[in-house]
Design a protein around this ligand. Structure first.
Ligand code: HEM
Length: 474
């Protein structure tokens, strides 16, 4: 990554950008601190020291510049609308921010499918008092023992409302058993050496950063005022998403049992080909994996269903890219799968103009105890997810609402929710498995597997913007 590149008539300095926007740090642990600004001067002093590189008592903000030596920790912050006000941004200036951000995540609940158990009224502290969550600070490290000391440094200047700890599960998996963190947008002028093996199409910088052209006819999202606050910033939907791993595994059992009795099951799995799904799998076990794969759009080992619809193990003579693939009308990856809903790539969708415009940077780690499918339990566990982009409304909310939960992108899936993470109920849920002969088998009756337990819409200020916040005087 080089500094000061000229891109589309504007200067781009990677040293101005918070690192978690453009880089996956690939650390083992993360701790999120939900903070309230109760002493404005102390908070501003903290920001001044932090953006200047840190002191022995204040962690330094990590920028997107490639480091020569891997630091022991990385540190980034996001600020809510109430947080900007608490730091001294005026109401007139806040009014230049997009409405969805000024309203905050809890008030956008219906757009996000946050109702029933997922409703903000049911979110545990500190998200039950969203107006008090001002800053969410993230500490990333490989050494878990560093977390407490760094937390102490931060809370010396803020009121600590809550803590969430995340960690990488073995094999980079999420609790539903899939390998995650495979696809990630790539950007013009940004080279991330930690993005290993990602070769998907490159997106313009304006997808994730304010101030640069986007794929929307090269339109730039409006930069909130003042410019030194808004430019080079980004927005983040921070979500605490509980995963019902036991419920998911037990549904796979039920679906496989039903499929065994279905007259068209051989069009889903040719008898004798179970080994192509997994060496030790019987027919029931292989059908479970097919259901899991088609619901996600990837086999649980990460292989894209679009490229390898009938086999989890790639043919060694025909290696396929894990990230650079596409969908066409004949694709066997169901249009209703999680992957095709959240990123239809170049595939056929009703809103053709929206192809590739809602790309989200994803930074996530799991929380909660390990899950053993052989000994399922009811402990809370899930994903601490960050969905980052230059515009929450045009990107994150549009994905969550139009594509994920309404299925407006394709009349064949309109009226159904994302099977993996959507706001499903057993009474109304359905999902079409795609068959070898072009037909489908419709699954029904599955519950919601992912429940929202909190979150916040955050502005991710540039380093100059953090300096600006630290220098406010009123
Ligand atoms: C607990 C909740 C979730 C789980 C378990 C989950 C799981 C997964 C998995 C296993 C993959 C495939 C791995 C990869 O491509 O890196 C994936 C991809 C993806 N997910 Fe999720 N996801 C969750 C929530 C979300 C949400 C809320 C969004 C956005 C609104 C989202 C957006 C994406 C995107 C953009 C991709 C990449 C698609 C592509 O590049 O083709 N996910 N997810």
């Amino acid at each position: 990554m080089t500094a000061d590149v000229r891109t589309d008539e504007v200067e781009f300095n990677v040293g101005n950008i918070q690192g978690n926007i453009l880089r996956g740090y690939r650390r083992n642990f993360v701790r999120y601190l939900m903070l309230e600004v109760t002493d404005r001067s102390a908070a501003r002093r903290f920001l001044a020291d932090s953006v200047a590189g840190g002191t022995s008592n204040v962690p330094g903000i990590t920028s997107a510049v490639i480091w020569k030596q891997r630091p022991t920790y990385c540190f980034n912050i996001g600020v809510t609308c109430d947080g900007l006000a608490a730091l001294g941004i005026t109401q007139d200036q806040l009014a230049t921010f997009p409405t969805e951000f000024t309203q905050g995540m809890a008030r956008r609940a219906m757009k996000l499918g946050d109702f029933g158990d997922s409703a903000p009224e049911n979110w545990p502290a500190p998200f039950d008092q969203p107006e008090r969550v001002h800053v969410v600070a993230a500490i990333y490290t490989d050494a878990q023992q560093d977390l407490d000391a760094l937390q102490d440094q931060v809370v010396a200047s803020f009121n600590l409302l809550g803590v969430r700890n995340g960690r990488n599960l073995a094999g980079n998996k999420v609790f539903f058993g899939y390998v995650d963190s495979i696809s990630q947008p790539r950007f013009n002028h940004v080279h991330d050496p930690d993005q290993i093996g990602v070769d998907e199409p490159i997106d313009p910088l304006g997808t994730a950063l304010l101030g640069y052209p986007t794929r929307y006819e090269r339109v730039r999202f409006r930069i909130p005022e003042p410019q030194e606050l808004g430019r080079d910033g980004s927005f983040n939907a921070f979500r605490v998403l509980a995963q019902d791993a036991a419920g998911f595994e037990s549904y796979l059992d039920r679906a496989a049992t039903e499929l065994l009795a279905h007259p068209d099951v051989d069009q889903l799995l040719t008898p004798g080909e179970e080994w192509r799904i997994g060496e030790d799998l019987d027919r029931h076990g292989a059908l479970r994996e097919i259901v899991a794969a088609q619901m996600c759009g990837r086999w649980r080992n990460g292989m894209p269903v679009a490229s390898s619809p009938d086999a989890q193990q790639p043919d060694p003579d025909n290696p396929v890219s894990l990230t650079n693939f596409d969908y066409d009308r004949m694709s066997r990856c169901p249009a209703g799968s999680h992957m095709r809903r959240v990123n239809p790539r170049g595939g056929p969708i009703v809103q053709r103009i929206a192809n590739y415009t809602r790309r989200l940077v994803r930074r996530g780690m799991s929380y909660g105890p390990d899950f053993d499918p052989a000994n399922p339990d009811d402990e809370e566990r899930g994903l601490l997810g960050n969905f980052i982009g230059a515009n929450l409304g045009a990107q994150f909310e549009a994905v969550m609402c139009d594509w994920l939960n309404l299925g407006l992108q394709n009349p064949d899936v309109t009226g159904s929710n994302d099977p993996l993470i959507g706001a499903n109920t057993p009474e109304t849920s359905w999902f079409d498995l795609s068959l070898k002969n072009g037909g489908t088998i419709r699954l029904r009756g599955f519950p919601r597997f992912v429940t929202t337990r909190g979150g916040a819409y955050l502005f991710l200020p540039s380093l100059p913007a953090i300096r600006h916040l630290s220098e406010l005087t009123d």
